[in-house]
Design a protein around this ligand. Structure first.
Ligand code: GLU
Length: 383
């Protein structure tokens, strides 16, 4: 019998669909997947070369648990460009999801409350619950473009509140939280002694203004753990390389967990990550430009489906359409997959507020987007 802790947690909704799509494809089904949040581009060549070079040089052993010094420095240098006041000793190299999981284990005691937005990425709630914490959802509204309301955050704080999770640009809505709203939330969190976990994995995929990190406001970094990584910005999902940025005491606490779990991030991938961050950035810039074109295409195509409404996302590579059919989101996605061979993610995978929505990842080719949304349209017209 697995632990009670684990029994209470559903498997990840995003990963479950991805596994199902892989299985259907292996069985020969012509499935188009707009479900997984993963760039369809190949990792840039210079990064692949750096990885192969380090393998050939025999860089295949353990590294210091917090990461190799040149990568910790490269990460800190790039975070400072976002105004985060950090240096190499504020960096722990680890996969981004591992950073979230370890942060939850490091700071949440049984019964502690953690504020998160509804909808938000699937695994935050699981990490909170696995640590014994209690997720407290603050609803976001479609009408307000899924921008959080600082007054609602303040109202959700109780003496048990330990942490708030911020994710901008956001998965699943693509919302970029305006700097003024982030500032208000940071003022509330700091004054009420609530630690901030800021997931900035989509920080370089923004279409209007430069990314604002909540940790860039004066005094906020002392109260914040920022997590990010290379998966989305450099098309490196399979490399599993990310980091946590935090005050030194927090880094050493989280590093204790790292030393007892994965020991260190993959050695040769760390070398490749140095090249990603310090080498030419043209591939990354080109990918973001391409995502932007695809976002516009997807919004155009969806606007032609009667009864669909979309807020315009300013970042990440997701749209979160609202539909007007009387079918639960999970059921709708099942019908789309079964009848149309088109995979998208139910809104409810991201919290109860996702009912009536589903998520499209437009990290797919233009042809696939046209064909996939055409399939959605034809299945929906029969409902
Ligand atoms: N973050 C991506 C997504 O939401 C990848 C899967 C996962 O980590 O949940 O699709």
């Amino acid at each position: 019998m697995v632990s009670k802790r684990l029994q209470e947690i559903p498997a990840s909704g995003t990963i479950a669909i991805s596994n199902l799509v892989s299985q259907m494809k292996a069985e020969g089904a012509d499935v188009i997947s707009l479900s997984m949040g993963e760039p369809d581009f190949t990792t840039p060549e210079n990064i692949i070369e750096a990885c192969c070079g380090s393998l050939r040089e025999g860089f295949t052993h353990y590294t210091p648990s917090a990461g190799i010094p040149e990568l910790r420095k490269a990460i800190a240098d790039s975070a400072r460009l976002d105004g985060i006041p950090c240096g190499p000793s504020n960096v722990l190299v680890t996969p981004c999801k591992q950073a979230i999981f370890m942060t939850a284990l490091a700071y949440i005691d049984p019964g502690d409350e953690v504020i998160l937005f509804d909808p938000s990425w699937v695994s935050y709630e699981a990490c909170i619950r696995l640590a014994g914490g209690v997720p407290v959802y603050v609803p976001l509204s479609f009408e307000n473009g899924f921008v959080p309301d600082p007054a609602a955050v303040e109202a959700a704080i109780t003496p048990k509140t330990k942490m708030i999770i911020i994710n901008t640009p956001s998965n699943p809505t693509g919302c970029v939280i305006p700097a003024g709203v982030l500032k208000e939330i940071s003022d509330i969190a700091v004054s009420r002694g609530v630690r901030i976990l800021s997931d900035e994995i989509y920080s370089s995929i923004v279409y209007r203004n430069r990314h604002t990190s909540i940790a860039s406001f004066p005094g906020v970094f002392d109260n914040t753990i920022v997590v990010s990584g290379l998966s989305k910005s450099y098309a490196m999902t399979g490399w599993r390389l990310g980091w946590a940025l935090a005050p030194e005491a927090d880094i050493s606490a989280i590093n204790k967990l790292q030393s007892h779990s994965i020991s260190c991030a993959v050695s040769f991938v760390q070398k490749a990550a140095v090249e990603a961050l310090t080498g030419p950035q043209d591939s990354k810039i080109a990918m973001v430009a391409e995502f932007r074109k695809r976002r516009d295409l997807v919004l155009d195509l969806l606007s032609e489906i009667p009864g669909f409404q979309c807020s315009v996302p300013d970042g990440a590579f997701y749209v979160f359409p609202k539909y007007n059919r009387d079918v639960p989101s999970a059921k709708l996605c099942e019908i789309l997959l079964r009848e149309g061979h088109i995979a998208v993610t139910p809104g409810t995978a991201f919290g109860p507020g996702g009912e009536g929505f589903f998520r499209i990842s437009y990290a797919a080719s233009e042809d696939q987007l046209r064909e996939g949304i055409g399939r959605i349209r034809s299945v929906i017209s029969g409902l």
